[in-house]
Design a protein around this ligand. Sequence first.
Ligand SMILES: [Zn+2]
Length: 76
Amino acid sequence: MTNTHKTKITLENTFHNRTVNVIAWDGIISASSIARAKRKLCGVSGCTCGGIRGGPELEYDQDGNAKIMEQYQSLA
Ligand SMILES: [Zn+2]
């Protein structure tokens, strides 16, 4: 694929009041980027906030990659 579209996405955690920037490729954030983002957004062991709260709506596939839903796709 030659037309891969790279986009910077800001994920939020409104519970801990943190944000983190990740890179999405063609509207997909990789599972490893999601895992890293969750550690930055929370990092509290045993916390039940879920890591990502707020920001774009994400839809996860079976491998944990996150697809950014339509309202943010238009920014890509
Ligand atoms: Zn937390």
